[in-house]
Design a protein around this ligand. Structure first.
Ligand code: UDX
Length: 456
């Protein structure tokens, strides 16, 4: 048996935006020393991962989400959430027992779980194992949801929906700047009870804590707000530019040609466009993005996933015929962190998922925000109004961001005007502060080391 002090079990839903920060945290824990990490995701999800990273101190396992073959017969969100809890609790119990009987890395000493898996804390506690919640959202989104549950949503029946939510020290968040799953019209309302459960556990169990993929200076107001309610530990940005090898991609890359193509472009000249792993854009929206990018005249690297946001064959053909090879490259998936840290990338057209947001901030790349759903509108507001590292592209009345708007935003961010200059200065400033937070002696690095030290 290896003589490690700690054996962390990190469990995550099978979503790229959940697994990436979980694995980055796993790597940080291993780098600090004296820890083995077992990373677990759903049975079906583990089989979908294109290639598992090989890292000393890291092993992989799975738990059942109730749909091990990946088929969800009725696609009823309430049923999916209740199955996740039922099957997840049972199989996590079995996994912890199995690991404790095996001689390989010693029993689990601490559990870390991500969003939608609050029942994992209860399973851990039944073994006398302490746990922490890894928040994959911004602290601001986390704080907004807390205000919502505290003030408007009690015992699963909501009071009239607020016109805005306020956090001391921040401008009010209007309804189109709130995490969309809070909105009464959201198709994701069935996650609210599970989301609320996270807060209940964290507020009631004084031994539990939240690990946040942010740093103290970045979201001061929201961190201050939430510190009065629970034990917060800021450990971000979890990503490092050399972390590429710890990724667990759920999508196939097309090779590394895009890196050579980036090498051939001028410094800070390329627009990188990508909308994460979940957003499904309409054909009409894809066409507007296409024309906005083409009309900007700037070189473009655009991720269009094979399944999901391709907008159908007709749109594909239009895109391939319109975005000429000389101007751009379309790839089905890429190593985003490598791309953002490439010297030729000057701007990121993004849906503002929290990972994409903090990865671009850590790389010092200004942003054109095209938020789609979930916490993305909140993050876009932070980019534009709090950090000044980009602009949010505005939708028209039909909810579409038109080509002229995309072109206009690109001109602001990439142009020679005072605003663009300021955004680039701000982006460099935040990159410096992010690097300072995670290097030895920085606030996030200290916080993570102290967290591990306190575990004994
Ligand atoms: C989801 C939600 O949609 C998002 O709002 C929430 O903040 C996190 O969970 P997702 O939409 O996938 O995430 O976006 P994001 O958080 O940005 O995560 C995407 C991840 O995929 C990033 O870590 C990014 O680096 C990676 N990625 C994306 C790649 O590695 N290659 C790509 O081509 C595109």
């Amino acid at each position: 048996m290896e003589s490690k002090n700690h054996h962390f079990l990190v469990i995550s839903s099978t979503a790229q935006g959940h697994m990436n920060p979980s694995l980055q945290l796993a790597k940080r824990l291993i780098d600090i020393g004296s820890s083995h990490v077992t990373f677990a995701t759903s049975v079906h999800g583990l089989a979908q991962i294109k290639s598992l990273p090989s890292l000393e101190g890291l092993s992989f396992a799975s738990f059942s989400n109730g749909f091990d073959d990946g088929v969800k017969p009725d696609n009823d969100p309430d049923h999916i959430m209740s199955e996740l809890k039922r099957a997840g609790s049972q199989s996590l119990t079995a996994l912890i027992e199995k690991i404790s009987k095996s001689d390989e890395h010693g029993p689990i000493t601490f559990l870390i779980y991500t969003i939608l898996l609050p029942w994992a804390a209860e399973v851990a506690s039944s073994f006398g194992i302490a746990s922490a919640f890894l928040c994959i959202l911004s602290t601001t989104s986390f704080a907004i949801c807390h205000h919502y549950f505290k003030d408007y949503y009690k015992n699963q029946s909501s009071l009239p929906f607020p016109s805005s939510i306020t956090i001391d020290g921040l401008p009010p968040f209007a309804s189109d700047e709130l995490p969309s799953y809070l909105l009464p019209s959201s198709p994701h309302v069935s996650i609210l009870p599970t989301l609320q459960e996270h807060y209940q556990i964290l507020e009631q169990d004084l031994n539990s804590c939240v690990l946040l993929n942010t740093f103290d200076g970045l979201e001061e107001a929201a961190i201050r707000d939430m510190r009065s309610h629970m034990n917060l530990i800021t450990v971000g940005p979890l990503i490092r530019s050399n972390d590429v090898e710890v990724c667990c991609d759920l999508f196939d890359k097309s090779g590394d040609d895009y890196l050579q193509w980036l090498d051939s472009q001028a410094d800070s000249s390329v627009v990188y466009a990508s909308f994460g792993s979940l957003a499904v854009l309409s054909s009409g929206q894809m066409e507007e993005i296409l024309h906005g990018l083409v009309d900007s005249g700037l070189p473009v690297l655009w991720v269009i996933r094979k399944s999901g946001n391709e907008g159908g064959q007709e749109t594909q053909n239009l895109i391939n015929n319109t975005l000429k090879k000389e101007q751009g490259l379309i790839v089905p998936w890429c190593s985003q962190v490598e791309v953002l840290n490439h010297k030729s990338v000057g701007c990121f057209v993004t849906h503002c998922g929290w990972n994409s947001t903090i990865e671009s901030l850590a790389a010092g790349v200004p942003v054109v925000g095209c938020p789609h759903f979930a916490d993305q509108t909140t993050n876009a507001k932070l980019v534009e109004e709090l950090w000044g590292t980009g602009v949010r592209a505005r939708e028209n009345e039909e909810g579409v961001i038109k080509r002229e708007e995309i072109k206009r935003c690109l001109e602001v961010v990439m142009g020679d005007g005072e605003r663009g200059e300021e955004m680039r200065r701000n982006a460099q400033k935040w990159k410096g502060l992010a690097m300072k937070a995670v290097k030895e002696g920085g606030s996030s690095d200290d916080n993570l080391r102290n967290f591990v030290r306190r575990l004994g």
